[in-house]
Design a protein around this ligand. Structure first.
Ligand code: ATP
Ligand code: MG
Ligand code: MG
Length: 377
């Protein structure tokens, strides 16, 4: 079978690698240039985009920010999975908030702002601790501004003055004083069957994911049930097919949805070694109409992102249960270069493995690794 993925980054590459043993041929689309490329080398393939769409059994995406005309062209083939509405919802925070409201899914208090003059009222209504998010094209914390006190509002307004908020409004949210961040990665098949990976705990630094631990430690059955119920409502509400990720803030025993990602997700990378079937294979199985794979997980896994760093000492490969995944990119600040998966028989052992790994990596580039390792061991 042939699957065409819009986007030619590491997620398309990992789908390609997962598809090969199943005889699923994955090609990627450089959506800027609108050409079909090899997902590993990124070299153009001798096929036009139109031909590739015609040939494909399924068309999917590795990121949500795809030009709408291209998505529409894919939709018309009847092969786009997940569907157009799901992708547009993941790409636009205003649509996303509307969906959450329609399905009565708990999320942070918020307002939609299309003129900076509205911000004073928003501060009156929501308080002065706010996070402002461009409704489109944001990822890894880009396109976000924070307000911590009312006195900073005039300066913030100036900073926002150049933006066309009529075209791309802001979603202004209350800063949540969450206990932690968790995410649920799951899969919905064409027949509506659902499978879930365990909740992962996600540790961020400067708006970017650095470490995921799965299953998230100290998760009650009720918390997992709450996450799965929200996932079910969202995926059924969207008629979703494929892997979907839902990011949550955990406040006590309550989950608030932060955002959804209509695709395979960084907080599911641990599943490559830590689960029976990884998220990349399961996404391909779902969009190809094949039976879904088991999501049963190892006792304890961690995923450590390699961000803006390329001085790895490959001796770290001798650590037991340690697996390196490099994406073949040149280094740049804040760029995801690869990740390291660690698998353990229990949390204590995983913690010790994290500390072993931390000894090979500079703390300043790998926030959370040592401190989380210490907590778990
Ligand atoms: P991603 O790469 O996950 O797509 P993004 O740029 O879409 O990131 P968000 O997930 O909305 O951004 O926010 C990034 C991070 O910023 C969150 O994971 C969280 O740590 C923090 N954050 C976002 N919104 C809030 C909020 N309302 N309250 C507190 N922290 C927040
Ligand atoms: Mg996002
Ligand atoms: Mg996010």
């Amino acid at each position: 079978m042939k699957v065409l993925i819009f986007g030619a980054g590491q997620l398309a590459r990992m789908m390609y690698l997962a598809g090969a043993p199943l005889g699923i041929e994955v090609s990627a689309v450089d959506v800027g240039a609108r050409i079909v490329v090899d997902p590993v080398s990124k070299m153009p393939l001798s096929i036009t985009l139109d031909e590739a769409m015609l040939e494909a059994d399924a068309i999917s995406v590795e990121f949500e920010h795809i030009p709408e005309d291209l998505l529409d062209q894919a939709r018309k083939t009847g092969k786009l999975l997940p569907g157009m509405e799901a992708i547009l919802t993941g790409a636009d925070r205003v649509r996303e908030k509307r969906l959450l409201e329609r399905l009565a899914v708990p999320n942070c208090g918020h307002r939609i702002v299309d003129d900076v003059a509205q911000l004073d009222e928003v501060v009156d209504a929501l308080g002065e601790k706010l996070i402002l998010k461009a409704s489109r094209d944001g990822y890894d914390g880009y396109g976000q501004w924070r307000l911590t006190c009312r006195e900073d509002l005039p300066a913030l307004k100036q900073e926002l003055a150049g933006l066309d908020l009529q075209a791309v409004p802001l979603v202004v949210e209350q800063m949540s004083l969450f206990d932690r961040e968790v995410s649920l990665v799951g899969i919905r098949s064409k027949q509506g069957e659902l499978k879930f990976y365990p909740l992962a705990e996600n540790l961020h630094h400067q708006g970017q994911l650095h470490v995921s631990i799965a299953p998230a430690p100290a998760c009650s059955a009720a918390l997992t049930a709450q996450a799965q119920d929200i996932f079910t409502r969202l995926s059924e509400g969207l008629g979703y097919v494929g892997v979907l990720a839902v990011e949550f803030f955990q406040v006590g025993e309550q989950l608030l949805v932060n955002e959804i990602a209509p695709r395979v997700h960084n907080s599911g990378h641990w599943s490559m070694q830590g689960a029976d079937t990884c998220q990349f294979e399961n996404h391909l199985r779902a969009v190809c109409g094949l039976p879904l794979g088991d999501t049963k997980a190892a006792a304890a896994s961690a995923m450590v992102n390699i961000i803006g760093y390329d001085k790895l000492n490959l001796e770290l490969l001798k650590i037991s249960g340690c697996h390196l995944h490099l994406y073949g990119k040149s280094v740049r600040a804040k760029r995801k270069m690869g990740h390291i998966n660690l698998v353990g028989d229990n949390y204590a052992r995983l913690g010790r493995t994290m500390l072993e790994l931390a000894d090979y990596l500079p703390d300043e580039h790998f926030p959370h690794l040592r401190t989380e390792g210490q907590k778990l061991q």
